[in-house]
Design a protein around this ligand. Structure first.
Ligand SMILES: Nc1ncnc2c1ncn2[C@@H]1O[C@H](COP(=O)(O)OP(=O)(O)OP(=O)(O)O)[C@@H](O)[C@H]1O
Length: 767
């Protein structure tokens, strides 16, 4: 089924006024529930755009209503073994944290505490209904992604390492954070205490748009384990409060806030790129370009995914709201595999004693797979209806037989945990020796004379020895994994003196790298602002970057050119105002205006005042003069495409990815054509070349420097060149498409590229 998207419009805040409300929730076809969001066209107020979602909640909607209608139904699926992912998405200050966490009072409690309450209630019911035969346990982990680094929120900040926790792929589209604390949590009270304590560790700060703005993405995972006899079923509910995208023209962020903001915007930008790539069915989805997208794994993960789109109702958010709506519109079309986690069966590890009797090792886990089922494809089907009304498709594969045939006959829909439970109740409890043949295989692999066979139908494919070997391998793997995790979080004790020296060394190295990285971040942001025509903000960024590059004359030259340009524009504006001429809006963004001008009543401004929103998506409207007199000559030019290639302006992540198909003219498709060409070019490369280009195109110094023969200085140089290419109309947004292009970058050359290739080849991955 597809990702279920619901929208929630928050009430007005104190400083907002009723007549600024432009977003409304409207009834759709179903009269009992609102399902449309209506918002005016920023270019023509008389027109409105309408977006349809699975549910739309207006300003009056309560926390209970949102939870009961949209989230509560997922708990049932969680207990059937499906993973559930809930995430709140929206611009800063639109109510994500309010929706997910909520307030302290009962009525104000958000989705997360209500979800936990519901889980505990259901767990008690399961235990009661089975007279204690089924036991349910819940453990929690809670972490944040701050500046693209993962930190455990159950650990106090002073215990954090600057690099954060590593993440790795855990198969099935899941990503695992290594070394994360898991806290068992037996009651709602216990949860609330843990959750509140952990939230103190979350990075929040005041910004102009939100006094308690989340500066990180927070991910709460509740893993529930249901044990019924020898069957162990686990599933995880993940509740994610994403940080909100920020248009820094409105936040006035500076310093750390700006760096955080850049990181938040970048990850949301990657998320939007992922959604775009999925919707265009592209071969490469850029999940790996940000930790948040790797962890969220939208469209890769199995189970149920619900996105809550938080919206502000007022005009000041107009363009951001449209971008969010467009993003959500695409997200709702993403298909997610509706596959429950496979149960694990304990027992069945038998050792034959000398006297011929068998010894049971009850602790040994054994995988007992579900038969494969085809994916159910449906759009916007309601979660509640999925198992209730949609009949399970006929089993098309029989890779592993789950139970002896008799049991299957008694329960024809053997794929749900409920039926499995009922089978367990009906049939006498399995003994360990019976458990062996449950690992049946397809007929073509069956061994007719296996001594452990019980029924003719489900002959075991593996001998007892093979099963034991399999179990042993699994146990060794599990132990190795655990050891791996322990190593990360608790290394061998070392003396205080050594630790002190290590810390000092780490700080020195980190300090230098962070300094440079911070400087580069400011430069990058300055360039982004400049492309958008936000010259005042660009200047601020250059000013912040300057201390990181002392004595850099080129930077100083850039800044003074920019200053002159801003002054000239202001003078021109003053002249035109004095002359009473109403000029069309300058391409420069609103942050170049004086506050009084910014607050000027809409009527006095030309009807095209929101043009800045369209400029970035409509190539023909990119401010032509924005770069001309301010010389941004890329240090490296690459002959690539004809001059007709579109210039791609960079804007806030939401705005940029919004090709705004709903309302923008068709030529906007051009904005993505360079990406398409890039994807095609990349898909034609050899794996080794692709690997190198992928690393280079991350523009991440820490990754690039690891390529053979590169090192930190060269890596930085390469990143600088790529950033320059961002400005170049001929390049694909600073993305390289071939090793030839890489070779031609300043300071790179064929020898170095060949070295990189050999270095990658030596890893043996691509041979
Ligand atoms: N449904 C609502 N009812 C009452 N107040 C709300 C609601 N939604 C949001 N608010 C208020 O709006 C303000 C901003 O909300 P919140 O902090 O949840 O935004 P956010 O989207 O999480 O922002 P950020 O991304 O900056 O963290 C808060 O004061 C919050 O109490």
């Amino acid at each position: 089924m597809s990702v279920r998207v619901i929208a929630r419009i928050r009430p007005l805040l104190k400083a907002e006024i009723e007549r600024d409300v432009i977003v409304e929730a409207v009834e759709g076809e179903a009269k009992d529930k609102k399902s449309l969001v209506r918002i005016p066209n920023p270019k023509k107020e008389s027109e409105a755009f309408t977006f349809q979602f699975s549910g739309v909640y207006d300003q009056e909607a309560t926390q209970a209503q949102v939870f009961d209608d949209e989230i509560a139904p997922t708990v049932k699926h969680l207990f059937k073994g499906y993973d559930v992912t809930l995430f709140a998405y929206g611009v800063t200050g639109t109510g994500k944290t309010h929706t997910m966490r909520g307030g302290k009072s009962l009525a104000e409690r958000g989705v997360i505490p209500r979800l936990l309450s519901s889980i505990y209630r259901r767990a008690r019911k399961v235990e009661k209904d089975t007279s204690g035969v089924s036991q349910v346990e819940a453990v929690m982990s809670y972490y944040e992604i701050y500046n693209d680094r993962v930190f455990d929120l159950f650990e106090p900040p002073e215990k954090r390492t600057s690099a954060g926790l590593p993440i790795r792929d855990a198969g099935n589209g899941k990503t695992q954070v290594v070394g994360l604390t898991e806290r068992p949590c037996t009651s709602l009270k216990e949860f609330e205490q843990l959750y509140d304590e952990a939230n103190v560790n979350r990075s929040t700060s005041a910004t102009k748009l939100n006094a308690h703005s989340s500066r990180s993405h927070a991910i709460l995972c509740v893993k529930i384990t249901q044990t019924t006899g020898d069957e162990i079923r686990t599933s995880t509910a993940s509740a994610i409060d994403l940080a909100g995208s920020e248009d820094n023209r409105r936040t006035d962020n500076m310093g750390n806030r700006m760096v955080e903001s850049a990181s938040i915007n970048k990850s949301l930008f990657v998320l939007a790129q992922c959604v775009e790539a999925i919707s265009k069915k592209q071969a490469r989805i850029p999940y790996r370009e940000s930790k948040m997208t790797r962890i969220l794994s939208l469209g890769q993960n199995n189970g149920y995914t619900v996105m809550i789109l938080n919206l502000a109702p007022v005009r000041s958010y107009h363009l951001d709201t449209l971008s969010s709506l467009n993003f959500a519109n695409r997200t709702k079309k993403i298909e997610v595999n509706e596959i429950e986690n496979q149960p694990i069966y304990r027992a069945a590890s038998t050792k034959t004693k000398i006297d011929g009797t068998k010894d049971v090792d009850p602790g040994a886990p054994m995988l007992n797979r579900q038969p494969l089922r085809p994916k159910i494809l449906s759009q916007d089907s309601h979660l509640r209806d999925v198992t209730a009304n949609v009949p399970k498709p006929a089993k098309q594969f029989s890779v592993y037989a789950d139970k002896p045939k008799q049991a299957q006959k008694a329960a024809p829909q053997a794929n749900t945990s409920q039926t499995r439970l009922s089978v367990l109740k009906k049939s006498p409890k399995r003994t360990s020796s019976e458990a062996v043949p449950t690992l049946g295989r397809p007929n073509k692999m069956m061994r007719p004379n296996d001594a452990t066979r019980i029924t003719k139908v489900t002959e075991p494919a593996l001998s007892t020895n093979a099963i034991e070997a399999l179990i042993e391998r699994k146990v060794v793997e599990a132990l190795a994994e655990r050891a791996d995790q322990t190593n990360v979080s608790n290394g061998d004790p070392i003396s205080d003196e050594v630790q002190r020296r290590l810390d000092a060394l780490e700080k020195r190295v980190e300090g230098k790298e962070t300094e440079r990285a911070e400087g580069l971040q400011y430069l990058l942001m300055a360039k982004q602002h400049q492309v958008r025509g936000e010259e005042a903000s660009a200047l601020k960024m250059y000013q912040l970057a300057l201390p990181h590059f002392p004595g850099n004359e080129k930077l100083v030259r850039k800044m003074s050119a920019l200053q002159e340009r801003i002054a000239a524009k202001k003078a021109e504006k003053r002249r035109s105002v004095a002359g009473g001429v109403s000029l069309p809006p300058a391409p420069a963004a609103t942050d170049d205006l004086e506050p009084a001008e910014r607050a000027a009543p809409k009527l006095k401004r030309p009807k095209d005042e929101d043009a800045s929103y369209h400029e970035h998506t409509n190539p023909s409207r990119v401010p032509e003069d924005s770069d001309d007199d301010f010389q941004y000559r890329p240090r490296t030019k690459i002959r690539q495409r004809p001059a007709a290639a579109t210039k791609r302006a960079i804007t806030s992540p939401l705005l940029q990815t919004n090709s705004a198909r709903t309302f923008l003219p068709p030529q906007n498709e051009d904005s993505s054509s360079s990406e398409d060409e890039l994807a095609t070019a990349l898909s034609e490369q050899t794996p080794r070349t692709k690997h190198i280009l992928r690393i280079i195109n991350t523009k991440d110094v820490s990754q690039i420097k690891l390529l053979k023969g590169v090192g930190p200085k060269k890596a930085e140089m390469i990143v600088n060149c790529l950033c320059d290419l961002d400005e170049d109309a001929e390049a694909s947004a600073g993305q390289l498409r071939s090793l030839g292009e890489l070779e031609r970058l300043r300071g790179v050359g064929g020898k170095l590229v060949e070295g990189m290739r050999l270095g990658v080849g030596r890893l043996g991955v691509f041979d």
